[in-house]
Design a protein around this ligand. Sequence first.
Ligand code: 5GP
Length: 215
Amino acid sequence: MDRKGILIVVSGYSGVGKDTLMKAVTARYSQYALSISVTTREPRENELDGREYFFKTREEFDEMIDRGELIEYALFCGNYYGTPKKYVEEQLRRGRDVILEIEQKGARQIKEKVPDSVLVFVMPPDAATLEMRLRGRGTEPEEVIRQRLLKAVEESTYVDNYEYMIVNGDLDKAVEEFHQLVESQHKELDRNLEFAQEIQDELKHLVSVKYPGAE
Ligand code: 5GP
């Protein structure tokens, strides 16, 4: 039985640790492929082109939109972010579960285009932990932290667009919860109709051989 890949959208407040969580998930389980987005944002210190993001100019980004190379894109805090289509399609075809770490406008576009995608929101254990993690990163000026906390309040009004949540308190626990969630999605009957059909055909064949004329 070939398993079809599932498209999983992961969003969460800036600073909630979803990058760390998704990197841990992909390091532990080889069934996942983490999509790398394109962005017009400047690279942060320690970020590498082609690892965290593909860093593009606004013109290059617009060209990708025009050529239909992005499945979704959105403006977030003054910068554009988008998901390259080709990688996602290839990996799904190979049966891998593809993770898109994107914000809520992108998440909605994906759900419209790919209705059997799964939308997951990563929550902090509490608001104070989120602020601490934002500051802990130590790479952003105060104004950016203010912007991101305000953005988090705005984003908190969209969480009902999501289908599942994972609380990222203990990293190890969150990794396991995420993986179990995806595994349970694979068991949905709607995702296994071909297999169900095969079994039905086999059963019919078996009965017709063992009990000829019984139908
Ligand atoms: P950051 O600048 O902190 O790396 O990301 C800012 C926000 O953009 C995060 O919420 C992140 O999930 C989101 N983001 C990253 N890549 C994409 C993408 O390809 N599409 C969309 N819509 N959002 C993205």
